[in-house]
Design a protein around this ligand. Structure first.
Ligand code: ZN
Length: 214
């Protein structure tokens, strides 16, 4: 099935996720501070049911979640049910598909009604849903506020980035996200260094020095 997915900038996805969260929380009468209750949002605001399945069953072995638009079901690989961070992120990712892709998917589909999360390929709609998920689960303002309260320089090394992410989770109260998801969020918000960019910069400096010495 070929779908012409929309080209969305990170800013557009951020803004869609933020306004979706505001509307959902207001409609459910939930407190906007603290962990974003994605499970309740999916069930009570969007009307989805959850179906927990064994790997190799309805989902492929490398698939951790999916969304079935016909039966209004979010399918979760039961292996991740007890990992609060992965579990929340998967639900947020599927909500991302609901908000960003549902309409186009239903128009274009022939038979399939399920979009899945996981697998080694990361096509554009999967990357968009991931970005939506992180923006939904980790509100920009809360993360920036927590980061400012620490007053630290932007960490470059993996261990320092992980330590910072764990601190931000504690301060912000966003306790349903994993340290690795928060670490990625910090990078995207430019609050910790992007390691690839740092290494590229270092490589270019070393190249320039060796060129000068020739
Ligand atoms: Zn997906």
């Amino acid at each position: 099935m070929i779908v012409d997915w929309p080209q969305l900038s990170d800013e557009q996805i951020e803004s869609k996720a933020a306004s979706f969260r505001d509307q959902a929380l207001a409609s459910l009468g939930f407190d906007p501070s603290g962990p974003v209750p994605v499970e309740q949002i999916a069930e009570m605001y969007l009307g989805y049911d959850f179906d927990f399945v064994e790997a190799n069953g309805r989902l492929g072995s490398d698939i951790i979640g999916g969304i079935d638009f016909d039966s209004n079901t979010i399918i979760i690989n039961s292996a991740i049910e007890d990992h609060i961070g992965r579990y929340s992120f998967t639900i947020a990712h599927e909500i991302g598909h609901h908000v960003l892709h549902r309409e186009l998917f239903l128009k274009a589909r022939s038979v399939h009604s399920i979009m899945c999360r996981g697998g080694s390929k990361r096509p554009i709609e999967e990357m968009q849903a991931d970005r939506f998920a992180e923006a939904l689960l980790m509100p920009k303002e809360l993360v920036i506020k927590a980061s400012r309260s620490i007053r630290t320089s932007r960490p470059i090394f993996q261990t320092d980035r992980i330590v910072l992410a764990a601190k931000i989770i504690k301060i912000s109260g966003l306790t349903n996200v994993s340290v690795s998801a928060m670490s990625m969020r910090l990078q995207h918000l430019n609050l910790s260094a992007n390691p690839n960019r740092c290494w590229r910069l270092l490589r270019n400096i070393l190249k320039a020095i060796s060129f000068q010495n020739k």
